[in-house]
Design a binder for this molecule. Structure first.
Ligand code: NDP
Ligand code: OXD
Length: 313
């Protein structure tokens, strides 16, 4: 079986990991090895150049080396007749849990205030909110959102809600879905003090956080975005951060990446910027997951985590 690896990342750790977890495959590195695209059976990809995959006429499966497939589906002709599997990997999930829990605790305990006070040599203690009544809301209750909710429950947060396309029944997590009504997006935002955005980017979610939706959050709310940058309208978030409606934000993903020099987010003292590192794919762990899905496909079974092209995630 011929497998092609298409990514700008260093292929060496992937070669090692795939030799271990998928020894039956002949692995070809795009841009490095001589290969005939028509002879490739499976492709492992991260942000391939637009249109490239249409040249691989006989692919039986495409495996995305990350969770989000927006770069594949939105910006290029994509061979939609080929099964596309996105990455669901325990290490990717635990990385995101660490990132989200870090910022929830940071804002919950007012660390953004104490950082500012330290610069002013200001020794003013503030009362703490408790995990019992701190209202955390998670946009996107999929693989990552559910793991984050679980970790927050273990930390003692008792008022956790999540918003998803389809309603969920998760112990300890209040479920909101759709746009309207007392279980819709507006109601979800109104009750949320710390918002964690873990949505995929699709036609339905692009620009979801803009002036009107941000205005539904209570005064002094916090925004954590590790989903995708274009879920947010930057100018509207900047305005809300400047007027204090949003007290602070932790942003890992941006409309343009790398975040351009001089972008207002860099200089705002209530914005915490990280360079899209909330959770990084680990070749050894991901290869094990991909190998299982690839064998499922090769055996004629439906692998887990197939992308639904109509929903775009
Ligand atoms: P999943 O597909 O498992 O979960 C997506 C969730 O979003 C689901 O709950 C889904 O609802 C919900 N959703 C999708 N569309 C809508 C909509 N229109 N309205 C309401 N809810 C919607 O994805 P993951 O949890 O694995 O990953 C989420 C995203 O995290 C990725 O797509 C990627 O963009 C981002 N990511 C970022 C990383 C980083 O380092 N910054 C690392 C990894 C991922 P339903 O359950 O009803 O289907
Ligand atoms: C992903 C990412 O989608 O790293 O996996 O952003």
């Amino acid at each position: 079986m011929n497998v092609v690896f298409i990514s700008a990342e260093n292929p060496a750790p992937w070669q090692k990991a795939l030799r271990r977890h998928l020894p039956e495959a002949d692995l070809f590195i795009w841009g490095q090895d001589d290969l005939d695209p028509a002879t490739m059976d499976y492709a492992l990809v991260w942000k391939p150049e637009p249109g490239l995959l249409t040249r691989f006429a006989n692919l039986k499966g495409i495996f995305n080396l990350g969770a989000g497939v927006d770069a594949l589906l939105q910006d290029q002709p994509f061979p939609r007749h080929i099964p596309l599997v996105r990455l669901v990997d325990p290490l990717l999930s635990s990385g995101m849990v660490e990132y989200a829990v870090h910022w929830v605790l940071h804002f919950h305990r007012g660390m953004h205030i104490y950082a500012r006070q330290q610069r002013a040599q200001d020794w003013t203690p503030h009362a703490n909110a408790t995990t019992k009544n701190r209202r955390v809301g998670i946009l996107g209750l999929g693989e990552l959102g559910q793991n984050v909710a679980h970790a927050l429950l273990l930390l003692g947060f008792e008022s956790i809600a999540g918003w998803s396309r389809t309603a969920k029944d998760l112990p300890g997590v209040q479920s909101f879905a759709g746009d309207a009504g007392d279980k819709g997006l507006e109601a979800f935002l109104k009750r949320t003090e710390i918002l964690i955005c873990l949505l995929p980017l699709s036609a339905a979610t692009r620009g979801l956080l803009y002036a009107d939706t941000l205005a539904h959050l209570p005064q002094g709310a916090f925004v954590i975005n590790a989903g995708r940058g274009p879920l947010v309208v930057d100018e509207d978030l900047i305005a809300a951060l400047k007027n204090g409606h949003i007290a602070a934000a932790a942003l890992d993903v941006f409309n343009t990446e790398p975040l351009p020099q001089g972008h207002p987010f860099w200089a705002m003292d209530n914005v915490f910027v990280t360079p899209h590192i909330a959770s990084l794919t680990t070749p050894m762990s991901a290869s094990e997951v991909i190998a299982k899905a690839l064998r499922d496909l090769a055996d004629g079974q439906t692998p887990d985590n197939l992308v639904d092209f109509t929903q775009g995630y």
